[in-house]
Write a protein that binds this ligand. Structure first.
Ligand code: 9MR
Length: 581
């Protein structure tokens, strides 16, 4: 019996390793009627002919490739075909004469995906029961209550000595693991709030079917509040410092939360944690302060932001160095580090958010100028948050407050548009007709979020700043990549598309006994670094954009994480908002 099970398991995982056998690579979730629509055909030249038939079998389109492109990594030649002229909603079949692939064109094409990408955060909640009413088969009992969290020796103070206990409940699990990290939480929450600021009406209408649905607050903000409430507990009220993370010493096994029994600790106050916390709380106070129900929260969050910022000013270079920490303190901590050795962008971001929330130029202006340096736009990541300051400023461009300090900031509009134009210039020669993913550097741990949805968000800012549709069109190309028009042919969001990722490195998905993974999660994606190779079977390819393994052991290419889903939720929601106007 055991042998049989092993054989079955390896058969399953072997089939999971393969790339999509279908050479016709499309957005498997759906194209908006008005969108530019392209497909990429593997190993094809200019000669082939393609046809599209509708559900009744009638030919509605035929044509040849508009161009070919050769991959700089695998040397594979692909043909790009463009069927944008097809605008009638429906289900179609695209054929190259041998293989066929379904094409979906519909209104609100990405609307369900937008919702699922936010609902995923409900499924990641900790410390409360996840109820069948909202989560269906993914219901699970409350665990990791975090009401008995120990101060790790690295975080000890006179008032809170090592071994003393605090309560720090709630929030979201960070990723495939069960720990909670401030640096990544601040980044994730803020990115979600950025999208809300740009499309408030859209996000206000999202009905997520979560326990808070039906109250006076938009579900989207209710969900984000879950993590904000947890973050608030991570500040030491005695000095304003913020713990870097709440964690077990070692990662838990692949078990469900109720089966986890390791003691959890808050570990080390750091400058990055204080500043990410300050920026996030300051931003949240502006957004939630508009709702009477959150007046108290807004005041409290702003005060917490100021205290955290002041702590960071007194402690400007307390960096998280896990190895050094482990030399000094026990128990040793081996979980995610989120270690950032440059905090000038965090200072810039926190000062910018505090300025926008307080209007106090005397207090925060100097830090902004000092940390701006020769500012150049780069896509935001958990460790590079400078452009989040730009995003917040863009949302406030029309406010009288911003005009007060215009002389202190560069021309953000130009900066974002310049970046976007450079990205657009890539499309005509790109293997998959995308602005993202055209260089070796585009592929790394978590690249799908940063290179594709993160860039998509920047393009949407450029669209908003200029009103020029070419940026929106380009952003959609990156969405198509994530959803199947790519080198592996996977739809990289769980639960969506005809060939989706099935085995994410996510304890909740693997340990629950349900075959289908939790839906709505973007996986990390192709990563030629393959840092998990000692734990995984062989990847099927070493090429940059094919170095992906749909295997639960692959934490370097197939994990899920709140920062990645935050960028998915911001990107897809914003796209859907624009395309549904
Ligand atoms: O997203 C993080 C990525 O940028 C780093 O390269 C990687 C290795 O340090 O860690 C990633 O973050 C992980 C975190 O440390 C722990 N939870 C899971 C995260 C996603 O893999």
């Amino acid at each position: 019996m055991r042998l049989l099970t092993t054989l079955l398991v390896s058969a399953v995982s072997l089939s999971a390793l393969a790339q999509n056998p279908n050479p016709i690579r499309v957005n498997q979730v759906g194209y908006y009627p008005a969108a530019e629509k392209t497909a990429a055909i593997e190993q094809a030249g200019m000669a082939s002919k393609y046809t599209i038939t509708n559900a009744a079998g009638k030919k509605v389109w035929s044509g040849k490739a508009k161009r070919t492109a050769v991959s700089p990594w695998s040397n594979k030649q692909r043909a790009i075909i463009d069927f944008s002229t097809l605008t009638t909603p429906g289900e179609y079949t695209l054929s190259n004469g041998k293989e066929t692939q379904q094409i979906i064109i519909k209104d609100a094409a990405l609307s369900d995906l937008a919702k699922a990408s936010v609902k995923a955060f409900y499924l990641q909640r900790t410390g409360e029961p996840i109820l069948e009413k909202y989560a269906g088969v993914y219901a699970r009992p409350a665990a990791h209550l975090d009401t008995y969290v120990m101060i790790h020796p690295s975080a000890a103070t006179d008032r809170r000595p090592a071994g003393s206990i605090i309560s720090s409940p709630g929030g979201w699990y960070d990723a495939g693991d069960f720990n909670k990290y401030i640096v990544n939480s601040g980044y994730s929450v803020s990115l979600m709030l950025c999208a809300y600021e740009m499309c408030p009406e859209y996000y206000q209408k999202l009905d997520l079917n979560i326990p808070e649905s039906g109250n006076a607050i938009p579900d989207y903000l209710d969900e984000v509040m879950v993590n904000l409430r947890w973050m608030q507990t991570m500040q030491d009220p005695a000095d304003g410092g913020v713990y870097h993370k709440l964690t077990t010493p070692n990662f838990e096994g692949f078990v469900m939360p109720v089966d986890c029994h390791q003691q959890r600790y808050v570990v080390a106050k750091t400058t990055a944690a204080a500043l990410d916390f300050a920026a996030t709380m300051a931003k949240a106070s502006r957004i939630y302060g508009k709702f009477p129900e959150f007046k108290y929260f807004a005041a409290q969050a702003l005060q917490q932001a100021k205290d955290a910022y002041a702590w960071a000013e007194r402690n400007p270079r307390v960096l998280y160095r896990q190895n050094e920490m482990n030399q000094k303190f026990k128990p040793e901590v081996q979980t995610g580090a989120y270690d950032d050795m440059n905090v000038s962008d965090e200072f810039l971001w926190a000062a910018a958010e505090l300025l926008l929330s307080t209007g106090d130029l005397n207090r925060y202006g100097e830090s902004i100028v000092r940390n701006l340096g020769n500012f150049e736009f780069s896509l935001p990541t958990w460790g590079n948050v400078a452009s989040l300051a730009v995003y917040s400023a863009v949302a406030a461009l029309d406010s009288p407050l911003l005009s007060q300090y215009k002389q202190y900031i560069p021309d953000f509009k130009n900066i974002v548009v310049k970046y976007a134009d450079k990205a657009l210039a890539e499309i005509p020669t790109s293997c998959f007709n995308t602005p993202g993913g055209n260089s070796e550097k585009s592929f790394f741990w978590g690249c799908l979020s940063e290179t594709f949805s993160g860039q998509g968000i920047a393009l949407l800012y450029a669209y908003r700043l200029t009103g020029d549709k070419k940026y929106l069109t380009a952003a959609l190309e990156n969405a198509d990549y994530l959803l199947g028009r790519n080198a592996t042919g996977y739809c990289y969001v769980t639960g969506f598309g005809s060939f989706p990722s099935m085995h994410p490195h996510q304890r909740l998905s693997e340990a629950d006994g349900i075959e289908a993974p939790l839906p709505g999660f973007l996986v990390g994606g192709p990563n030629p670094g393959q840092q998990d190779r000692t734990n995984t079977p062989e990847y099927s390819s070493k090429f940059a954009d094919e170095s992906y393994l749909d295997h639960m052991a692959s934490y370097a290419s197939n994990e899920i994480a709140i920062n990645w889903n935050a960028s998915l939720a911001a990107f897809i929601g914003w796209l859907d908002a624009e395309m549904s106007k």
